[in-house]
Design a protein around this ligand. Structure first.
Ligand SMILES: Nc1nc2c(ncn2[C@@H]2O[C@H](COP(=O)(O)OP(=O)(O)OP(=O)(O)O)[C@@H](O)[C@H]2O)c(=O)[nH]1
Ligand SMILES: O=C([O-])CC(=O)C(=O)O
Ligand SMILES: [Mn+2]
Length: 604
């Protein structure tokens, strides 16, 4: 047998033995035309984006510098939860909420898919670091991909390139993250703008801290530093090492007395994290600054407080609903350019548009499927899960400490979901375990962020249902233990919010967006012991006058409705929670059953 040398495989810019061996193994399996080591330079970015424009994948925007419109294949538009697997050695470690396959079996299935899958393409080697490379233990990863779109997007979303490879030295540990579009090109075969495969696998091997992804080029399926590493793999590391990897935004709040607080909040995908992280308060004297909009890694400091760090470097935000009225700071961020807009509409003058950007839609657009669109069209101009991918450093309200490797001390954690009924605007947990119960029973309507039905209420514990890399019962136990092992007085206080409750006519009861600052104010005043609350069966809820609604266009009945705890609605939750908890059998911490009993007796 003769082996043909693959250009780029020799003369690698590293002597990291494990990395070199892995790149060689994967290149020999997938047989790309060449291997390119990504350096993260501007020249490289020019070459890649030119290639994407030539391929018809990218359209340069006239109106935003260094920015592109991109349309994906309509069959590849969101995370594929039914194709996502946790391949732990023991099935019980994946638990009842994850898909599982024996790791060896999965490897043999995927090895056959990977065999020759990069034919006619380039394999890019992307050294990356989640969180600052200056950290005591930098969290390295290396993604191998045959997608230029992934390289350009990873450059925004994570710290990548030569300086990362150098910091990895000859032997630093890293998470191998293998990705292929699964669309080899035969000699002479013309490429398509968005190659992908109908067969998709998004696979985590938790014991090996390894990721294998196949068939999709979109979002969390393909940008492997994001959900695959920073949540699924990192949650396993966090369990083993005593920290937390969570689907949470991080924000800094300054009150009129110039006192600062840090808040983390977990809402399911497309339920308001980016918006809250960049909020422009409507109440005078309050200020919000952004640290992260999707993921928080939280470790206890020597002072016993919980410190949060955003491992990402960019924003991969939901486009529809983002406008000057709702999220002006996101608009300012993308206006600076250096962004990729996927599955939104293109305006005739070379800009992007999506539903909710402006009140009045433009008279003519090219929709995300490349068709003419007018306000009379039956379909939306943009896919509901269309996204902007933009550097976080462009956010005008970025907190200066966003990249401090030690993180910021969290005072409050919010859980929230998208619920038309039942869940009040805000409630405060009685204590840590009650807060864990709120997280464990969190429910929300499904959204377009994942393929499948939209608007179906499901349990989404800690907004982590698709992201917990191990048995969710053990994960609840990890949260309970976290409370037990630390000084209760220093733990963040836990709250449950719902911006999405509806009135009888189906309209939102609460105006949301910037007005959510009123809820943040109440949260802070609770921490300070200055705001009143009524005790209800589900926690402490604002008294009618402890929530600042001054200047708000709402009747007192409407405010009451937003805050109402209706026992008859909550009684309907009980059998659902019971059924949910039963899924976990012995793995469910007994404190969760205790909390359910407390709720039942308070509702009786
Ligand atoms: N009614 C209402 N809608 C909101 C509010 N906050 C956000 N939204 C809308 O909810 C959708 C998702 O908001 P995002 O902030 O992007 O959600 P996310 O949690 O960051 O989503 P992922 O990036 O998928 O994790 C957008 O269409 C927003 O306009 C709110 O307070 N009220
Ligand atoms: O991972 C993605 O594709 C986008 C995202 O933030 C989510 O779905 O929560
Ligand atoms: Mn998310």
């Amino acid at each position: 047998m003769t082996t043909v040398a693959t250009p780029g495989l020799e003369n690698a810019p590293t002597t990291h033995a494990r990395l070199l061996a892995w790149v060689r193994e994967m290149a020999e399996l997938t047989t790309p035309d060449q291997v390119v080591w990504v350096d993260g330079s501007d020249d490289e970015w020019e070459r890649l984006t030119r290639k994407l424009v030539d391929a018809g994948t990218f359209t340069p925007l006239e109106k935003k510098p260094n920015s592109f419109h991109c349309a994906s294949d309509p069959r590849d538009v969101a995370r594929v939860e039914d194709r996502t697997y946790i391949c732990s050695v023991d099935e019980a470690d994946a638990g009842p909420t994850n898909n599982w396959m024996d790791p060896n079996e999965m490897k043999s299935v995927m090895t056959e898919l990977y065999r020759g899958c990069m034919r006619g393409r380039t394999m890019y080697v992307i050294p990356f670091c989640m969180g600052p490379v200056e950290a005591e233990n930098p969290m390295f990863g290396v993604e191998l991909t045959d997608s230029e779109y992934v390289v350009v997007s990873m450059r925004v979303m994570a710290r990548i390139g030569t300086h990362i490879l150098e910091a990895m030295g000859t032997d630093r540990p890293f998470v191998p993250a293998m990705h292929s579009l699964g669309a080899p090109l035969e000699p002479g075969q013309a490429d398509v703008p968005w190659p992908c495969s109908d067969t998709k696998y998004i696979v985590q091997f938790p014991e090996e801290r390894m990721i294998w992804s196949y068939g999709s080029g979109y979002g969390g399926n393909a940008l492997l530093g994001k959900k695959c590493y920073s949540l699924r793999i990192a949650s396993v590391m966090a369990r083993d090492e005593g920290w937390l990897a969570e689907h949470m935004l991080i924000l800094k709040l300054t009150n009129p007395q110039q006192k600062t607080y840090y808040i983390a909040a977990a809402f399911p995908s497309a339920c308001g994290k980016t918006n809250l992280a960049m909020l422009e308060p409507t109440i005078p004297g309050w200020k919000v600054e952004t640290l992260g909009d999707d993921i928080a890694w939280m470790r206890f400091g020597e002072d016993g407080r919980l410190y949060a760090l955003n491992p990402e470097y960019g924003l991969f935000g939901v486009a529809p609903g983002t406008g000057w009225d709702t999220n002006p700071n996101a608009m300012r961020t993308i206006d600076k350019g250096n962004s990729v807009f996927t599955n939104v509409a293109l305006t005739d003058d070379g800009d992007v548009w999506w539903e909710g950007m402006t009140d009045e839609p433009p008279a003519h657009l090219t929709d995300w499927k490349g068709r003419d669109w007018t306000p009379e069209s039956d379909e939306l101009s943009s896919h509901p899960n269309s996204r902007f991918c933009t550097p976080i450093t462009q956010c005008p309200i970025l907190a200066p400490e966003y990249d401090d490797p030690k993180g910021v001390p969290i005072s409050a954690i919010l859980f929230g979901g998208r619920r038309k009924t039942t869940i009040p605007l805000v409630s405060e947990a009685r204590d840590w375990n009650h807060g864990v119960f709120m997280g464990a029973t969190l429910s929300s309507e499904t959204t377009a962020a994942a393929t499948g039905a939209v608007g179906v209420v499901r349990r989404d514990p800690f907004a982590m249902l698709p992201f917990i890399g191990y048995n969710a019962g053990d994960y609840f136990g990890h949260w309970v233990n976290t409370g037990k092992q630390h000084d209760a007085s220093k733990l963040p206080k836990i709250f449950y919010v719902n911006w999405f409750r509806r009135d009888e006519d189906g309209g939102f009861l609460w105006p949301g967006f910037g007005e959510n600052s009123r809820v943040l104010k109440w949260v802070i005043e609770r921490l300070e012991g200055t705001a009143a609350a009524v005790e209800t069966p589900v926690g402490h809820v604002p008294t009618p006058d402890s929530l600042d609604v001054s200047g708000l266009d709402m009747t007192s009945e409407q405010v009451e409705q937003a805050l109402a705890v209706k026992p008859e609605e909550w009684r309907e939750e009980i059998p659902q929670i019971t059924e949910w908890f039963e899924k976990f059998g012995e793995k469910l911490p007994s404190t969760m059953w205790d909390e359910l009993e407390i709720l039942k007796s308070r509702l009786a």
